[in-house]
Write a protein that binds this ligand. Structure first.
Ligand code: ATP
Ligand code: MG
Length: 192
């Protein structure tokens, strides 16, 4: 007797950890995206999806999501503030973005902490170094253009785990976990 049932594919979700801006910060980032769009064209990131990716996991078995939620809950990292000042464009993927001039130490430590835990738990991660940026345009062309300077302050008080569902309209995101960053004396914007 033959068994004609298909082997069941493990169900997966496309996941990433991110910083999500609060409403005023999101509005400023959206406005910066509008200015950049006037110069470079392309497709703007919808305001409700603006974020800064901390660690991209790709497809994860649904059965492992609880493990991820526990692992993220073990992170003890301080809240911090930083400034996005630097707009740029990558020719290879035609993404225009805004970024801090330098990676804030607290941000680098948060990402390292996450990556270490994820790596120890056997989640597959990119070997590429972390380059913090907020994608504002896709399919953009900013070649040879002078991009506007901005100063956008971002107070990071938590981080999130997000499920991304890709479609022709662009990715739809669903926040499936969020964790506070700890408030102490470290959350003042560093003086320049
Ligand atoms: P779309 O792919 O439809 O343009 P998107 O890039 O926003 O939408 P995803 O591809 O699901 O949606 O990516 C979610 C987040 O993870 C984005 O911030 C994206 O830049 C980042 N990301 C995606 N792939 C990788 C990767 N291989 N390495 C690092 N970050 C990634
Ligand atoms: Mg993508």
């Amino acid at each position: 007797m033959s068994d004609d049932t298909e082997p069941t594919k493990p169900e997966t979700a496309r996941l990433f950890f991110a910083l999500w801006p609060d409403a005023p910060t999101c509005a400023r980032l959206d406005e910066a995206g509008r200015r950049l769009h006037e110069i470079c064209g392309g497709r703007r990131t919808r305001a409700e999806t603006i974020h800064l990716t901390l660690a991209f996991l790709g497809d994860v078995d649904l059965a492992r999501i609880d493990e991820l939620l526990l692992l993220a809950g073990e992170i003890q990292a301080p809240a911090f503030a930083f400034r996005l000042t630097h707009s740029g464009w990558w020719q290879h993927n035609r993404i225009a973005w805004i970024a801090p001039d330098e990676t804030p130490l607290e941000l680098a430590r948060l990402v390292d902490g996450l990556k270490q835990r994820l790596g120890s738990a056997g989640f597959r991660l990119e070997a590429r170094p972390f380059v913090p940026h907020v994608t504002l345009l896709r399919k953009a062309n900013c070649n040879k253009e002078v991009l506007p300077s901005e100063v956008i302050e971002w107070r990071a008080g938590d981080f999130v785990l997000v499920r991304s569902v890709l479609s022709e309209r662009g990715a739809a995101y669903e926040v499936i976990g969020h964790w506070p960053l700890l408030h102490g004396n470290n959350d003042k914007l560093r003086e320049n």
